[in-house]
Ligand binder design. Structure first.
Ligand code: SAM
Length: 230
């Protein structure tokens, strides 16, 4: 019973791989991938006892004690060199927390791992971190479930220095070219929301000019992409 969101994250994990799922909560994603024969080994990282207990319970129930290792750890500290993980998933948190988790322990990354990241908000942060750390965005996805729109960003170090324009970081280098229905819906929503926020800022007595120009720029970018022919 995997959500469409987690199933889509799982699509980017290659068969026969070794996964670390950081912030796993119930470990639904690694359990599903193990049962489907996609991963042969998985580290299940959790920073909190309660969710880790959930994970342990679900792993035992699925009979996967041999294949999945639940570990109480902050972020990438869950990963040990002997794990030889080749995929890392971090899903269902804000982009700022995801980049914090990556940044604060990045010496643990070998550069060989495929990073599959699903920020609930703050996608731009995540893309900027990937670019700044030499990761090319090799795939992106966008989906709607229960009224929420989610993005998935896949980063890999593939031996070239990625250069992304402001629009790439904001909309996603692949999503903005593809412009599917869900993408259009997301940015129509964002446009309405940002226009509302800007109106409120402008009407307040001491309008913060930095915010005014930030929102004005973003609104212009969104209008441009929604009006462009794809
Ligand atoms: N990844 C699952 C998903 O996408 O459905 C669970 C998402 S849940 C909303 C976020 C989980 O991340 C929580 O269980 C929380 O305890 C965990 N978490 C937050 N910060 C973390 C960190 N620094 N290291 C490991 N886990 C963390």
């Amino acid at each position: 019973h995997l959500s469409v969101r987690l199933a889509t994250v799982g699509k980017y994990v290659k068969p026969n791989s070794r996964l670390a799922d950081i912030g796993s909560d119930h470990a639904y994603l690694p359990i599903n991938l193990a049962l489907n024969g996609i991963i042969k080994y998985g580290v299940v990282g959790e920073v909190r006892e309660g969710p880790l207990d959930n994970a342990k319970h679900e792993i035992a129930k699925a009979g996967l004690n041999e294949m999945l290792q639940p570990r109480l750890a902050d972020g990438l500290a869950a990963i040990e060199p002997g794990d030889n993980v080749d995929h890392i998933t971090i899903a269902g948190m804000g982009g700022a927390l995801i980049t914090h988790i990556l940044e604060s322990d990045k010496e643990r990354l070998t550069g060989e791992e495929t990073l599959i990241l699903q920020p609930n908000v703050g996608e731009e942060n995540v893309r900027r971190w990937l670019m700044d750390n030499g990761y090319t965005i090799t795939a992106e996805d966008i989906l709607e479930e229960d009224g929420h729109i989610y993005e998935i960003i896949v980063g890999q170090q593939i031996g070239q220095v990625p250069q992304y324009a402001a629009e790439d970081l904001f909309f996603g280098p692949k999503l903005r070219i593809e412009q599917n229905q869900t993408f259009i819906k997301k940015w129509q929503r964002e446009l309405t929301q940002k226009q509302g926020i800007l109106d409120n800022i402008v009407q307040s007595h001491h309008a913060d000019q930095t915010k005014v120009s930030q929102f004005t720029n973003e609104i212009e970018m969104i209008k441009e992409i929604l009006n462009s022919e794809s």
